[in-house]
Design a binder for this molecule. Sequence first.
Ligand SMILES: Nc1ncnc2c1ncn2[C@@H]1O[C@H](COP(=O)(O)OP(=O)(O)OP(=O)(O)O)[C@@H](O)[C@H]1O
Ligand code: SF4
Ligand SMILES: [Mg+2]
Length: 344
Amino acid sequence: MTATGESLLTVRGLKVHFPIRKGLFRSVVGHVRAVDGVDLDILPGETLGLVGESGCGKTTVGRAILRLIEPTAGSIVLRAPDGNDGTAREIDITRFESRRMKALRRSMQMIFQDPYASLDPRMKIGDIVAEPLRAQGIGTAGQRRERAREVLSAVGLSAEHVDRYPHAFSGGQRQRIGIARALVLGPSLVIADEPVSALDVSIQAQVINLLTELQDRLRLTYLFIAHDLSVVRYISTRVAVMYLGRIVELAPTDELFEKPRHPYTEALISAVPVPDSDRKRRRIILQGDVPSPVNPPRGCPFHTRCRYAEDACAKDVPVTRDVGAGHMVACHLSERLSLEGVAG
Ligand SMILES: Nc1ncnc2c1ncn2[C@@H]1O[C@H](COP(=O)(O)OP(=O)(O)OP(=O)(O)O)[C@@H](O)[C@H]1O
Ligand code: SF4
Ligand SMILES: [Mg+2]
């Protein structure tokens, strides 16, 4: 995909292959190709949505960018402010050792899906939120407490909450605490991995609105991972669609939903409920299961389930092309097909 030169984060050819070990000697008998050649540019201030069925590799992409998982191949380049004169410089973080990576945690943080599992039940909220500051050796204990209060207040919690334990909070409040912890170091990039999917629908909108408001106020950039396309459509500037470890389509949000160019995207958005019941849409039922990432199909990875597949699709891997205005698609037939999207 085209490099913009102005991306906050540039990912090229990212692969994460997990070894499968068997037997007494734990020999490697194969690999799970969780991420199999991903290119992404995340632009400053945008929300890039990342969607796709369960197991397609979304979380692995997010974790590899933060180097919580070691990439097997590819490169990850971050534009970070230079400490001296405030200008940005590009840093290839792909092979950073843990000490240098620790310093970069100030620029990149993650919000996790499960607000119950991700907070230590034995720690007070103030300490949970201040923990990243302590780990980085920033400030005195008093300054860290003060900063924790400030961030908790930014996410809609009050100073009286700091001495309470996670169990005293609802799911939505716990996710606010998770967001506060992610923001305490003042990152520029936040990777939010299904941040609302564990919450009640009534609470989801509040947390989404909080994320949007914080983005404006703190000039944050989000990689927003989710399988709920309605949420992704609402929050994202652009959307990337993943299938079996690869990005098959990426476009500005309205363009992707109104004029999808990849058959997989068409199928995914055909399943999104339409609020106006007069406008009935056909739901495209995908045939068969998602193939195993241990043995992905040759050629186009989607050909085993694609209703438009032709002979060439099983042989040649489609190259990702820009079909206009930054709309990227990896399908041999994208020029010929007339796919159905949703009305704006
Ligand atoms: N540590 C690991 N070891 C081996 N395989 C793994 C590991 N982590 C993930 N996988 C496999 O990699 C593939 C991608 O997993 P990943 O969690 O990234 O998918 P996902 O798109 O986030 O799915 P979901 O929507 O369910 O969260 C899956 O087949 C998964 O089983
Ligand atoms: S390349 Fe062929 S199989 Fe793959 S999405 Fe396009 S039409 Fe379907
Ligand atoms: Mg996941």
